[in-house]
Design a protein around this ligand. Structure first.
Ligand code: LLP
Length: 423
């Protein structure tokens, strides 16, 4: 459930008409709802509380790194899952305590490790033997100890889009589960390394529980073996990945309650602190991308709504053929027609929806692309020398611009001419 709803035919973000925000900041812009963020955090943590599980929720900040979003979740008690020094710096700046931060990522550099060790983070999720050795070296040099879990690749098919599937043996992620005992033994021998747990993340936008269950059964069994080998495994990080509803006409993914019950059933008796790293589930439906129709164009075969947002602002439809609901900001009562909704970028792939039946809009009409809070603004670029769009956070009847629209000076001014061209 989210807090973008209609009143008298007009879309509101919490207590504010979206149209009013559009008039104030211009289009396109991202709009996030505090109440929705808070609600999703609560629903997820309560689902685990009901099962009596000891949970540390580490929001996967990659889904939306705006510090206002991170700070909203931090105020609820959230930790963070980060995958780069940049994300770690943002999480710290937004008020997440270091002892609630886990550092994932397939190849942390020595510099990133040093920064994370100096920051005093909770745990490193290590993804390879070379990375383990590097971490041991860096931690030794700094006179610190690194608490680690290995990310296990359980060789399980997440049954999601190939580009966001991470738990098969062919994927670059994690250490092979069949080699885990050997690798944990190696870690136990290294200086400045403290083995504390095990981690698994098999993919994103999973719409069934079965792949999770299969992976968790596998890592649960592994924990028993590792304990027999003498390792103290007190933390189990189950990653993120639970999907959200994007398309109201298809069946909803499993609820957080069903997910938590399955976690309890499969790994609840291991006595581990459970860490989870949800990204999309917390922020996906807490955000919309608001755009304006530039032209309505009658093609030979199709009718196009050409809008002022483009693939550089929201890449998901181009990159994953992702479905996003597109709705008018002000309903006009006209009968639905079929449109291709496209952006102005010079690529045929710059498309938000093909053959979409929707309420017709005229030039200047506002529309909202829903479920854009996760992997939206964070994946945007300035392709076609288009400026990064503003992000707005709403709370009740207030809103605040939490990232302003980039200026052309900022964008173009980054280039520097070499002295043989500069006159
Ligand atoms: N933990 C790790 C180690 C991850 O790699 C990810 C996402 C998450 C947690 C959070 O997963 P979530 O709960 O959000 O599914 N850009 C793609 C999604 C990429 C996901 C990458 N890793 C998209 O727009 O669908």
């Amino acid at each position: 459930m989210d807090h973008f709803g209609y009143r008298n035919g007009e879309m509101y973000a919490e207590e504010i008409p979206v149209r009013e925000i559009a008039e104030a900041v211009g289009t396109p812009f991202y709009c996030y709802s505090s109440a929705t963020l808070e609600r999703h955090y609560k629903v997820f943590t309560e689902a685990f509380e009901k099962q009596g599980l000891d949970l540390l929720l580490c929001y996967a900040v990659k889904a939306n790194t705006n510090q206002a979003v991170i700070a909203t979740l931090a105020a609820q008690g959230s930790g963070a899952d980060v995958v780069s020094e940049g994300e770690l710096r943002r999480a710290l700046a937004a008020g997440i305590p270091p002892e609630k931060i886990v550092y994932s990522g397939v190849a942390k550099t020595a510099g990133e490790m040093a920064f994370a060790l100096d920051s005093g983070i909770y745990q490193f999720n290590v993804e390879s033997v070379p990375e383990l050795h590097q971490l041991s070296r860096v931690a030794s040099e700094l006179g610190r100890e690194a608490a680690i879990a290995f990310r296990i690749n359980p060789d399980v098919d997440a049954k999601t889009h190939a580009k966001i599937s991470t738990g098969k043996s062919e994927n670059k992620f994690g250490v092979p589960w069949v080699e885990a005992r050997k690798i944990y033994a190696e870690a136990a021998r290294l200086p400045a390394i403290k083995v504390v747990g095990l981690d698994v993340h098999i993919g994103s936008q999973l719409t069934e529980l079965e792949p999770f269950r299969e992976a968790f059964v596998r890592v649960g069994g592994l924990i028993g073996q590792l304990r027999e080998d003498g390792h103290e495994i007190s933390r189990l990080d189950l990653g993120g990945g639970l999907g959200i509803p994007y398309d109201p006409t298809v069946q909803e993914p499993p609820s957080p309650d069903a997910y938590a019950a399955m976690v309890k059933e499969v790994v609840g008796d291991l006595g581990c602190r459970i860490i989870i790293e949800p990204g999309r589930l917390l922020v996906g439906n807490a955000g919309i991308l608001v755009s304006q129709v530039i032209y309505v164009k009658e093609g030979q075969e199709r009718k196009f709504l050409i809008i002022d947002a483009a693939m550089n602002d929201l890449l998901r439809p181009s990159m994953y053929d992702a479905y996003h609901e597109i709705v008018p900001v002000v309903q006009n009562g006209r009968d639905a027609e079929v449109f291709d909704v496209v952006g102005p970028v010079c690529e045929s792939g710059d498309i938000f929806a093909r053959g979409r039946k929707m309420m017709p809009l005229e030039s200047g009409g506002l529309l909202a692309i829903r479920s854009a809070g996760a992997y939206g603004a964070v994946m945007s670029s300035t392709y076609n020398t288009r400026r990064l769009v503003p992000e707005v956070l709403v709370k009740d009847d207030k809103f605040s611009v939490v990232r302003p629209r980039q200026t052309y000076e900022q964008l173009i001014g980054l280039d520097q001419l070499p002295n043989w061209l500069a006159q």
